[in-house]
Design a protein around this ligand. Structure first.
Ligand code: 5GP
Length: 195
């Protein structure tokens, strides 16, 4: 399996499908088939890597719920699930830079193989905070699976173990990712149309 699908150098190819939320127009960037085939690859890789253990997936609410549901169905070894929620950007398109924990995990993580499941890593501040927070529970291992990664925006020393797509530093919505709480129900991923 490729380590990631790197789209950062490719021209941003958008098709004609558009959606409008809160007066802003977005163009389709990654269609549902492209997303699903990559999620299936990630599930295969995770199944192989965790074949001898029962990992616990820690899904980051709200954005990662859809990716987590598809990824979990693509994993064919035993696994468990729990959820964590951090403060988000709210309706803003730019990170406020402050992260708080709004909901902590319920499961006992000590000695467990923990896999954080995130929708997108942008600056990496949230992921950095979360890794530090979950490390306090002394898990046997702690890894990260993220569907999207904006490498040019991220602190360079953040380790991401499973990355679906590396994308340019553009604002995306759909497939769990919101625009002022809307658009999470889209099966495809769209990019803000700056024109
Ligand atoms: P970071 O802390 O890495 O800057 O941001 C992490 C969080 O910001 C993500 O979990 C997500 O909620 C939000 N975020 C970052 N980039 C985007 C984006 O392009 N679109 C949307 N909808 N949310 C984003």
């Amino acid at each position: 399996m490729p380590a990631t699908r790197d789209l950062t150098d490719a021209p941003v190819e958008l098709d004609d499908a558009t959606v409008t939320y809160r007066g802003d127009r977005f163009r389709r960037y990654l269609d549902a088939d492209t997303i699903q085939s990559r999620v299936a690859e990630m599930g295969q890789q995770i199944s192989a890597d965790y074949a001898d253990t029962t990992p616990i997936l820690v899904s980051v609410l709200n954005g990662a719920f859809m990716f987590t549901a598809d990824l979990m169905r693509a994993i064919n070894t035993d696994c468990e699930i729990d959820f964590i929620k951090l403060s988000s950007y709210g309706a803003a398109k730019v990170s406020s830079g402050e992260v708080h924990e709004l909901k902590s995990v319920d499961a006992e993580l000590e000695g467990r193989d923990v896999l954080i499941v995130e929708d997108i890593v942008d600056t990496g501040l949230s992921m950095d905070f979360m890794k530090g927070r979950l490390q306090e529970y002394n898990p046997a291992s702690l890894r990260v699976a993220t569907l999207l990664h904006k490498p040019t925006a991220t602190e360079p020393d953040l380790t991401l173990d499973y990355v679906g797509f590396q994308i340019p530093d553009l604002f995306v919505i759909g497939y769990g990712l919101d625009y002022g709480q809307l658009a999470r129900n889209l099966a495809d991923i769209y990019i803000l149309d700056e024109d």
